[in-house]
Design a protein around this ligand. Structure first.
Ligand code: ADP
Length: 235
């Protein structure tokens, strides 16, 4: 469903992605791991068209990633990025109404259902500042899902949270992973998160894929020295 073909990305003299090939099949939950600076976030930003490849192609369902395909991709950021002046419900209805042209009542009904699903059915009228970080992140997840994405990108979504709030967000993501056919691409430094949520883990270094496999296999018997080093450093 998502394909990177020989994608190169440089910032000045820094080669961030070096002829990267990557395939994510529809419905898969893929986690990208690797050292800081290895280009993981750049991959998500390329999919969001926040930055462009220098060379190579990115395909969605076999067609070049364009503005239309981009609308099928949603993202949740490390820092929530909620609209601070809008109440919770409006945060979730804003883009469906103004970007997709959805009817306001329909958008509100859907938003309520999604907020219920992430455990915030009683916070529709709250302002983001009245919520904990974990609650804000759950609003951000509902907001991303309100756009009915086929691909959901998660960039370090638990790393700005106090430890006791991480589990609630992970529970929500696990439910989404199990209960929907949405394709997920996650970046995380939390190996428990990767193990919980993904059916494929991809290890990156130097702008290339070092190895990939199901979490049990990759974590327990990595084939490459670079993966072993990385895993022992983060665990
Ligand atoms: P990761 O997510 O694996 O930590 P990133 O994709 O964030 O890695 O960054 C990869 C490299 O690209 C880093 O060296 C980073 O400094 C550089 N980089 C990322 N974005 C920019 C940018 N907008 N301008 C210059 N350098 C950038």
């Amino acid at each position: 469903m998502v394909r990177f073909e020989k994608v190169c990305k440089r910032f000045g003299d820094t080669v961030v992605l070096d002829r990267l090939d990557l395939d994510v099949e529809a419905g898969r939950h893929v986690t990208l791991i690797g050292p800081s600076g290895s280009g993981k976030t750049t991959i998500l930003r390329l999919l969001m068209t926040l930055t462009q490849p220098d060379e190579g192609r990115i395909l969605i369902d076999g067609a070049p990633l364009d503005a239309r395909a981009r609308k099928t991709i949603g993202m949740v950021f490390q820092q929530f990025n909620l609209f601070p002046h809008m109440r919770v419900l409006r945060n979730v209805t804003e883009a469906p109404v103004h970007v997709l042209g959805m009817d306001k009542d329909e958008a509100a009904e859907r938003a309520k259902g999604l907020l219920e699903m992430v455990g915030l059915g009683d916070k529709l009228d709250a302002r983001p500042s009245q919520l904990s970080g974990g609650q804000q992140q759950r609003v951000a997840i509902a907001r991303a899902l309100a756009m009915r994405p086929r691909v959901l990108l998660l960039d370090e979504v638990t790393s700005a949270l106090d430890p006791e709030l991480v589990a609630g967000v992970l529970d929500v993501l696990r439910d989404i992973a199990r209960g929907t056919d949405i394709t997920m691409v996650c970046v995380t430094h939390e190996m428990n998160f990767a193990r919980d949520i993904s059916d494929l883990v991809v290890m990156f270094d130097g702008g290339r894929v070092v190895e990939s496999g199901p979490p049990e296999a990759l974590f327990h018997s990595p084939r490459h020295e670079r993966t072993r080093e990385f895993l022992s450093a983060v665990r």
